[in-house]
Design a binder for this molecule. Structure first.
Ligand SMILES: Nc1nc2c([nH]c(=O)n2[C@H]2C[C@H](O)[C@@H](COP(=O)(O)OP(=O)(O)OP(=O)(O)O)O2)c(=O)[nH]1
Ligand SMILES: [Mg+2]
Length: 144
């Protein structure tokens, strides 16, 4: 009997996540601290969340930023896509610049948030997959 185990692992599902790099006019970027009880709890992140069935990634990002940090996305532009294997799951971080938005950002789930300069991103602890997002931000510099 052939062993089908490796194939089972290959077809394991990838979690599609919409991630927003929200940048203000002064170049600062919005980050938020993940609630402790979640996957990667306590680490800082770019706000976002899972794309639900029947949603586009843009719709998902707009919904997540409204739910998590109370801002209204007005314009988006693609930044990068990062696939990362954590021991417990595989994520596809579909990452977008948020180039226009309305509202004052504030953590709607009690989480801390901060507007940080690009150079300050290195002072915060992010999930491992974010290293490549930060590199993409540095490579682009800014959407402004
Ligand atoms: N939002 C976000 N998720 C990230 C980042 N980096 C990273 O590895 N992730 C991972 C952590 C999670 O496994 C997954 C995103 O899931 P999530 O917990 O934000 O999803 P969600 O907002 O839909 O939350 P829930 O409804 O499942 O509670 O992607 C990041 O910068 N932002
Ligand atoms: Mg989320």
């Amino acid at each position: 009997m052939p062993n089908t185990e490796p194939e089972v692992q290959l077809v394991g599902k990838v979690i599609h996540v919409a991630v927003g790099v929200v940048q203000r006019g002064d170049g600062r970027i919005l980050i938020a601290r993940r609630p402790d009880h979640l996957h990667m709890g306590g680490r800082w992140e770019f706000p976002g969340g899972k794309v639900e069935e029947g949603e586009t990634v843009q719709q998902a990002l707009t919904r997540e930023l409204r739910e998590e940090v109370a801002i209204e996305v007005k314009d988006l532009k693609p930044l990068t896509e990062i696939r990362h294997d954590y021991p417990e799951k595989t994520v596809l971080l579909d990452t977008w610049w948020v180039t226009k938005f309305k509202g004052e950002a504030s953590g709607q789930e009690g989480q801390q948030s901060a507007w940080v300069a690009v150079a300050e991103l290195f002072d915060y602890q992010f999930p491992d997959a974010n290293q490549e997002i930060i590199e993409a931000i540095l490579a682009t510099g800014s959407h402004l």
